[in-house]
Design a protein around this ligand. Sequence first.
Ligand code: AMP
Length: 285
Amino acid sequence: MQVVREPKAFREACEAARATGARVGLVPTMGALHEGHLSLVDRAAEEGATFRAVTIFVNPLQFAAHEDLGRYPRTLEADLEACRARGVDLVFAPDDGAMYPPGFQTTVTLGELTKPLEGVHRPTHFSGVTTVVTKLFALAGKCVAIFGRKDYQQWRLLERLALDLDLPVDVVGHRIVREADGLALSSRNRYLSSEERQRALAIARGLRAANEAWQAGMRDAAALVEIVRGPVEESFDSVDYVAIAEPTTLEALEGSVTEAVLLVAAHVGRTRLIDNLELGVDPAP
Ligand code: AMP
């Protein structure tokens, strides 16, 4: 496994792989890797990638001043070991200065898709994400890029980004990987005390109940939201949103729905968790 720290070296390694006929698979992450991230590496192979690159970069642009940039877990040695064990070919782990050298002043901002949900509560977050991912796409070149549906809105807007800017990147969304008890894997789960982790299960419980109601024929948007909101409000310290949206545009839905995704963001202690369920598509949490 090759490990590079400089953007130029990352570009050259991807180009060299393509020159041998390989299909490049790209898995962008912020590190503190867990099975959710590593399942994206497996998915890249299933999508035909024969040269798999993982990027590890805690992107300061996507954190607001009051957020957890300073305490975000950084576990590079363990991450490299996990990548090696999973058959990753290349890791790109730049430092802040390599990605944002002095004078850097370009941001990439998407439109409507960034406004609801996360956009309301983290208004500067997505432009940080789309700026860094545009750079990673530009460096990687023609590839298939795998993102988790755990960050559902992010996945949808990165799909849009590749389309709108004619980037040679096939964006694929991979299903959410969960613990046996339903908790969606997240690097931020390591912030949770055991008592908080117990409370955090309310999201999976709510989504599971909504899924059962959906299976039983319930189609009313507000009623489905309430099924999730009940347990989440009871167990979490504060709730940013429990919402139901059209899966592609993420527009809020009302009345009777045919296709929908339920999305949740809530705080337990100092930790903010997000999760979602595509009704009729995802397995029960
Ligand atoms: P992060 O390191 O949190 O920025 O995540 C990097 C990528 O891994 C993103 O595409 C996430 O959506 C994805 N990811 C994180 N957690 C999970 C999970 N539990 N299941 C599937 N994908 C995930």
